[in-house]
Design a protein around this ligand. Sequence first.
Ligand code: ADQ
Length: 491
Amino acid sequence: RTLLHSELAGDQVIVVSNREPYIHEMTSGGIAVRRPASGLVTAVEAVMRACSGTWIAHGSGSADRDVVDRNDRVPVPPANPSYTLRRVWLTKEEEEGYYYGFANEGLWPLCHIAHVRPVFRSGDWDQYVQVNQRFADAVIKEARTDDPVVLVQDYHFALLPRMVREALPKATIITFWHIPWPNPESFGICPWREEILEGLLGSTILGFHTPFHRKNFLETVDRYLETRIESEASTISYGGKLTQVEHYPISIAWPEDAQTDGESAADCRIAIRQELGLGAEHLLGIGVDRLDYTKGIIERFQAVERMLERHPEMIGRFVFVQIAAPSRSSLDEYQNFEARVRNLAQRINRRFEDGSYRPIVLKAQHHDQDELQRYYCAADVCLVTSLHDGMNLVAKEFIAARNDEQGVLILSQFTGAARELHEALIVNPYHIEEGADALYRALSMPRVEQRERMRSMRALVKDFNVYRWAGRMLVDAARLRQRERVMTKIR
Ligand code: ADQ
């Protein structure tokens, strides 16, 4: 955090993301504030609290308009304001085309290669272009100097870096792509691939989670644009402008102290089991995700089923709780997915139910962070089985929560997190037998081995926390800004 302060001394920081960090909702008891379930928000919010500035995002809550001033600004966090949230209002049509359409039916499946066919409609693309321009205009309007530091978040804003660059050529634009970048063949099916690449190359720095995604991006640019690429230095020169392409693995803010209101892991273990109607003898597995087809929830349930089939002594003893926040529910693909998840849980439960025993508990709701912490602490095993995931912060949250150094993480090899968390049980989520084996192994793992693995992963996540993620980008940006200033003087 100190690093952020020193790197940014005197600079104006503007963040752009689709989702806002705080949503104001009208409830029967008045206006309530909610934090959305989003890895991006979890990470960037910690950084913004540390460096203040302005966060520009789409206003989505029913009471969002009631709390802003006439420039659409509201100070946040509500209890202890440290930066400004500036809301942009999208029409229904814009939200449908730009957000649900192009971003989530086009770019999301395109980049995840999750065997859901991307849909590209010209009408959605037009809205995507228009909304990118509206957010770019908001950045330009918010800029108090000609060289602000603009932090652009995610696949919703591939065109914005170039739009901002045209108006503010001296701005330092750091774009972070939170999802994977596929290989050139896969990306090449996008009808607007050149425009997207050109848009992103308006950035001063472009960041991905892993070296692999970074390499895919360089190869995609090489395939589809006339550019000069210095692979060693990781820079792309396009239209006389340089973009540095790097990998910056995202992380979480390491918790200051026990964050479960004084409840120890042992207390949570008992309390959560009681809430679920279970006893101390029950083994508990946990999954925490947005209800999204890339997260491998179906394959996870199948692995649970297979494990129970192969180890009948676990029937009646092992319970798996899936906490799943509904997400993008107005899209058919997501509605169908939710129905498939519910049906599968029901089928598996029918198969193994005995008295009050059900092996799968599906809680398809948003939970607040304190509640998630209690589940993380109570679990014997956490399953992260994404079919493809930029990083996956749930894996890191689980580790951070376990100050008792117990609990086993099962982690898909297709997450960015698997490149760092080698002491997890790494699985191919498509291989159900392997998942079932890993689950059984986790449930039978001696405490000493759990401790050794957990200790090592905790040291890594504590050290490589979200401040380090942001800090590394900003140090690189500061270096480029300094170089630019020197060059301007020489010229
Ligand atoms: P997401 O796809 O949203 O993020 P992830 O990194 O796992 O995925 O983060 C999810 C966040 O939402 C976590 O902080 C988690 O605690 C929270 N959450 C999940 N389910 C919840 C529930 N039911 N209730 C409340 N909160 C819930 C995208 C990319 C990831 C990348 C992040 C950050 O897809 O690969 O790790 O951005 O870059």
